[in-house]
Design a protein around this ligand. Structure first.
Ligand SMILES: O=C(O)C1=C[C@@H](OP(=O)(O)O)[C@@H](O)[C@H](O)C1
Ligand SMILES: C=C(OP(=O)(O)O)C(=O)O
Length: 446
């Protein structure tokens, strides 16, 4: 886990000299955009994505689908045609599904959604699809998807580990059927199999056999979005067996979908209100959503803030005090780095539990948070499934990010309260939030 020597560029994290008071327009959700791209590509008619997230992960997804023959037309409009937003402005992508083709080459970067959601799509292509990505993508778990696809009828060449790089030999169709998987290392295994399943000859029955299953809201997001395009999905919550999901084969509708703001990317801005005792408005916060970031309303309230959800958005207000928290983050693991950063500045200790799978995220997030916060004078220890954080007076220094966008935003949160924090490779935020530095300085008015 050595810091990457290529990333020596340091960004001085702005220190907040006063309480923030800002409105922050947060770009679209990564998880919704990438699911919408997959579903629209598998549909039997064209569809629209309005206000999609334009970031490394979503551009990799769009690029991969184009490689396999899907038409994706990007339009930016300042008038009422091709509108991205309800007032007729912004960005919209028109998705034109086509017969999926190989040979093709897919770069997954370090995007979990691309490396897990696309091998099942590639199994439907009419030729080989080669998958490769960043060095870290070779280490992230993929065996649940690879082994399941083989059981469902796919031919896949890999190096024997069920990991990247690999080639899916698309046969133009896939049998589908029943498959057991252990998705305890990533909920994305389940989501991946469900998303393409309406196009499998027999659909799919996925039976999760592991003892834990992280990120349940993301599985609900998959189910909701499948149903919204006409798929029939049976779930444990709709009266089915625990840990079993069934998708019936059938055609998918093209949809006109406006993407919600990314609530996990709203986290650093809400944290800024909490840390500085200020106030932040996030416009368009959805009244109902499957995004895990919605849990921040409850978590950051327990840590000292208060929030008001109105039809124009979420107003989050800090009280000037930050409290520690004892919380199971298994459902909302991607919020851990930002919560750990706030916890390091709190007036009492915190225990973050249920997130051992974060060791296999963009980096080993438990190790990285422990090391970087401690190097600023903190007192963090790793547990079997999370972190103990005892707040200490922190000092400035370099905050390494390990090619992890959420490490960079976590460091920026600490920098608000601690002078002299420098973020290594803040550009890594491009994975899901390329405008982060500008949004951050804009929020602070610097
Ligand atoms: O399906 C998704 O969009 C995601 C699921 C989660 O993955 P894991 O279950 O692997 O943690 C989450 O951490 C990731 O950021 C996005
Ligand atoms: C875990 C994350 O991403 P990925 O989709 O690459 O798994 C994340 O964004 O926090």
């Amino acid at each position: 886990m050595a810091p990457n020597p290529a990333h020596t560029v340091l960004w001085p994290a702005p220190h907040a000299s006063e309480a923030v008071a800002a409105t922050v327009h947060v770009p679209g959700s990564k998880s919704v955009t990438n699911r919408a791209l997959v579903l629209a590509s598998l549909a039997s008619e064209p569809g629209w994505l309005r206000r999609p997230l334009r970031s490394r992960d979503t551009l990799l997804m769009a690029g991969a689908l184009r490689e396999m023959g899907v038409g994706i037309e990007e339009t930016v409009s300042s008038s009422s045609s091709g509108a991205g937003s309800p007032d007729g402005t912004g960005e919209a992508w028109r998705i034109l599904p086509a017969g999926l083709r190989g040979p093709a080459t897919v770069d997954v970067g370090n995007a979990g959604t691309v490396m897990r959601f696309l091998p099942p799509v590639a199994a439907l292509a009419d030729g080989p699809v080669r998958f490769d990505g960043d060095p870290r993508s070779y280490e992230r778990p993929l065996n649940g998807v690879v082994d399941a696809l083989r059981v469902l009828g796919a031919r896949i060449d890999d190096d024997g580990r069920g990991a990247l790089p690999l080639t899916v030999h698309g046969g133009g169709a896939l049998d589908g059927g029943t498959v057991e998987i252990d998705a305890s290392s990533s909920s994305q295994f389940v989501s991946a199999l469900l998303l393409s399943a309406p196009r499998f000859n027999q659909g799919v029955e996925v039976r999760h056999t592991g003892s834990t299953l992280p990120s349940m809201p993301h599985i609900r997001m998959t189910v909701d979005m499948l149903r919204a395009v006409g798929a029939q999905v049976d779930t444990p919550e709709s009266g089915g067996e625990p840990n079993v999901w069934r998708v019936t084969p059938g055609a998918l509708l093209g949809r006109d979908l406006t993407i919600e703001p990314d609530l996990s990317n709203a986290q650093p801005f809400l944290a800024a209100a909490l840390v500085t005792g200020g106030r932040v408005l996030i416009p368009d916060w959805p009244a109902r959503t499957t995004q895990p970031g919605d849990r921040l309303r409850e978590i950051f309230t327990e840590m000292g803030g208060s929030c008001e959800l109105a039809d124009y958005g979420l107003v989050f207000t800090g009280s000037g005090s930050i409290h520690g928290i004892d919380v199971d983050l298994g459902d909302v693991g991607e919020l851990t780095p930002g919560i750990a950063a706030v916890a390091a500045l709190a007036d009492s200790p915190s225990t973050l539990r249920g997130v051992s799978h974060l060791r296999l995220h963009e980096t080993d997030r438990l190790a990285a948070l422990t090391k970087e916060i401690n190097e600023l004078g903190g007192d963090v220890t790793e547990t079997a499934d999370g972190l103990h954080i005892r707040p200490r007076r922190l000092h400035g220094g370099i905050f390494h990010t390990y090619d992890d966008h959420r490490m960079a935003t976590a460091g920026a949160i600490i920098g608000l309260a601690v002078e002299g924090v420098q973020i290594e490779n803040v550009a890594t935020t491009a994975k899901t939030l390329p405008d982060f530095p500008e949004l951050w300085t804009g929020m602070l008015g610097v």
